[in-house]
Design a protein around this ligand. Structure first.
Ligand code: CP
Length: 310
């Protein structure tokens, strides 16, 4: 049996394929329970009781989806989420370090710590200093495991499997932790990843197929994922009109994507830049389904982290 500390989920390349399959199978069960089609009793999930358990959410960077999704997942499991409001009023303002903040919250003995942070924190090293397992909720450019898992779960729900699917990631790959996690997850689940975008947006891409034209990329893809252009991290300002015309998910550009393909975006979206607002109404678009699936995937991550026999 693993100690809870060893149950940290920091990346995807160290996760076994059978564990990922287990997360997906649990997510299916939580979806059925949520819809009323089944009860926890049907799935023998009753050995888990979150009552009286606390989950600590420490978000040192902005978030809407991931934070609310983990909070909702906790609530659905009967776990009380407690959240440090890092926008103001904490001792970070008095000079306390991020690491010391985390060690102090850990000393309150939550069942787990859910952390979003920049590359300046070393979650790997920190996970060896704390008692509670850490779940990575977006760590600098390193990775965003729960996002890639919910994306893959969404693909699996549409196609029955991720195997042999062709995921085209378009845009700001250089700054994307979501892309980093897909590079890891694709190897586990057997889907291909190719990239498309202006050269200065792509960064280190060795080993990946690059499409210089979006049309060719769309013709190849079974899943097309736009990334947010992280304007705040760009030193040189690429023409945004040019970006939208060449790489934007517009009705015109999407005419080259198969009617059976999926359109995805991890959010938040710069509407009118990497994706036009009317694309959200395209029957191929899975953006809000990704968000719904995010809750059940995060329930699964928390459930496994807290289950003594996993
Ligand atoms: N996809 C994602 O991580 O969104 P948030 O930054 O809103 O959590």
């Amino acid at each position: 049996m693993l100690s809870r500390q060893n149950k940290s989920i920091l990346d995807l390349h160290t996760l076994e394929k059978n564990k990922i399959d287990h997360f997906f199978s649990l997510a299916d069960k939580f979806t059925s329970i949520q819809s009323g089609a089944a009860t926890p009793f049907d799935y023998k999930l009753l050995n888990f009781n979150g009552l009286g358990e606390i989950g600590a959410l420490l978000f040192f960077e902005a978030s809407t989806r991931t934070r609310m999704s983990f909070e909702t997942a906790c609530a659905r499991l009967g776990i009380q989420p407690v959240r440090l409001d890092t926008s103001g009023g904490t001792s970070l303002e008095k000079g306390e370090t991020l690491e010391d903040t985390i060690l102090n919250v850990d000393a309150m003995k939550p069942s787990f710590l859910i952390i979003r942070c920049g590359d300046d924190l070393d979650l790997e090293a920190l996970s060896k200093k704390v008692q509670s397992p850490i779940i990575n909720a977006g760590w600098g450019k390193r990775g965003h495991p729960s996002q890639a898992l919910l994306d893959a779960y969404t693909i699996r729900k549409s196609f029955g499997t991720c195997e042999n699917q062709r995921l085209l990631i378009v845009g700001d790959v250089r700054h994307s932790r979501v892309a980093s996690s897909h590079f890891e997850l694709a190897k586990k689940l057997g889907y291909e990843v190719a990239l498309c975008g202006p050269e200065e947006f792509l960064g280190e891409t060795s080993g990946y197929q690059i499409f210089s034209s979006l049309q060719e990329g769309f013709e190849w893809a079974t899943v097309a994922m736009a990334l947010r252009v992280q304007l705040e991290r760009h030193k040189n300002h690429y023409s945004l009109d040019d970006y939208r015309n060449k790489y934007g998910f517009t009705e015109k550009n999407l005419a080259h994507l198969s009617p059976k393909a999926l359109i995805m975006h991890p959010g938040p979206i710069n509407q009118g830049l990497e994706m036009d607002s009317q694309v959200l109404l395209d029957p191929r678009c899975r953006v809000l389904e990704q968000v719904s699936n995010g809750v059940v995937i995060r329930q699964s991550l928390i459930y496994v982290t807290m289950s003594e026999d996993q």
